[in-house]
Design a protein around this ligand. Structure first.
Ligand code: TXA
Ligand code: MG
Length: 342
């Protein structure tokens, strides 16, 4: 991923981005600074195993509103709350047997469950956008878990990116999009999984709301059949807009040979590509590289090129990658024509 043939050009472009937002590490002193930002109702990008979150204290309405403002996110699009224990999850949401089974199998990890919100839950109304459900996840990243522990409350966090754009999987990508709009970034290096959590609605029979880092096949091994909306490109999770995860350049899918006018992102042993998601055709590696390579390709395409992707097999994590690519390829103009915002 970092061995891009045109990496120098990219690094130069990233270095030019404004750096008004503080970059913190994970020393005791820096974690303390991050804790103070959260306790004072500020906003903080922090690493998780999937993508970086743009976090704030989930119990503070004014803090949560800052997340929406920083991202330019529609207020109707609810946020995931991040917990560091089952007890913290149970203070906010009702976990019935299936949810408990999944929590025990996949938490901490890249599974978000949409559950019934408890009446007495101490979280801001803005987090759930007024819904009676709440999305909950326990991230598998020591820095994320430590920040939640220090705050003593759940952290509400969407992915750290401008609304509709590429999700941040490293501090550089986030600074590129959000510098000056948030209080700090806790730099924890590149995210290991590099793609968002799988979201499943468990309020009745399990229903997939977003393909993610846990494949549908794996999920079904644990809880049997999961309902997958047939027209998956219809909006299921409120924020699952058709145009999403989008670079600035136009995106073309299923390109099988080099063509002029494109930065070509390959998959597997193809020839003539500029970048390759996984030379050995490994879907997990491809998912981990996806957003970072899209960001690099976007810089390379800045002179008016488009970005093309090789075909990706449509099973396992390939389904998640294809979901993101389809949304990336849907332009915001198409989106407006379909009457949606985001
Ligand atoms: O891996 C992840 O899930 C990352 C990290 C930071 O945890 N977070 C993330 O958040 O991807 P975000 O906001 O980019 O995507 C969360 C999705 C949105 O599409 C939102 O609409 C949906 O979850 N969501 C949140 N609460 C919901 C609810 N109560 N019912 C249905 N969908 C919900
Ligand atoms: Mg997102």
């Amino acid at each position: 991923m970092r061995k891009s043939i045109r990496g120098d050009k990219v690094r130069a472009a990233l270095d030019e981005s404004p750096m008004a937002t503080r970059i913190l590490g994970s020393t005791e002193q820096d974690l303390r600074a991050a804790q103070i930002i959260l306790k004072k109702g500020g906003t903080l990008a922090f690493p998780t195993e999937t993508v970086y979150g743009l976090g704030a204290d989930a119990t503070s309405d004014s803090a949560v509103r800052k997340i929406f403002a920083a991202k330019g996110r529609p207020e109707k699009n609810p946020l995931i709350i991040h917990v560091n224990s089952l007890e913290m999850a149970e203070q906010v949401a009702l976990l019935e047997s299936e949810a408990l089974k999944l929590a025990k199998s996949f938490w901490p990890g890249p599974l978000t469950m949409v559950l019934k919100k408890k009446r007495e839950a101490n979280i801001s109304e803005s987090v759930t956008a007024g819904l009676e459900s709440v999305a909950v996840r326990m991230p598998a990243h020591p820095v994320a878990l430590e920040l939640i522990r220090r705050l003593g409350h759940p952290i509400a966090a969407p992915s750290a990116n401008l609304s509709g754009r590429i999700s941040g999987t490293s501090a550089n990508i986030i600074a590129d999009q959000l510098s000056g709009r948030i209080d700090a970034i806790v730099d924890g290096g590149s995210c290991i999984l590099g793609i968002e959590s799988t979201i499943v609605d468990l309020r009745s029979a399990p229903r997939l709301l977003r393909h993610g880092a846990i494949s549908l096949e794996t999920l079904e091994e644990f809880i049997g059949a999961v309902d997958v909306p047939r027209a998956f490109d219809q909006i299921e999770a409120p924020g699952q807009l058709r145009s999403h995860y989008a670079p600035k350049a136009k995106v073309k899918l299923n390109q099988v040979a080099r063509e002029k006018g494109f930065v070509w992102i390959g998959f597997g042993a193809c020839h003539g590509f500029d970048l390759n998601l996984s030379l050995k055709g490994d879907l997990k590696e491809a998912a981990a590289n996806l957003y970072a390579m899209m960001t690099i390709a976007d810089h390379l395409a800045a002179g008016g090129l488009a970005i093309a992707f090789s075909p990706i097999p449509d099973y396992g994590l390939g389904r998640t990658i294809n979901d993101r690519l389809r949304r990336a390829a849907t332009s915001s103009t198409d989106q407006k024509q379909m009457g949606q915002s985001g």
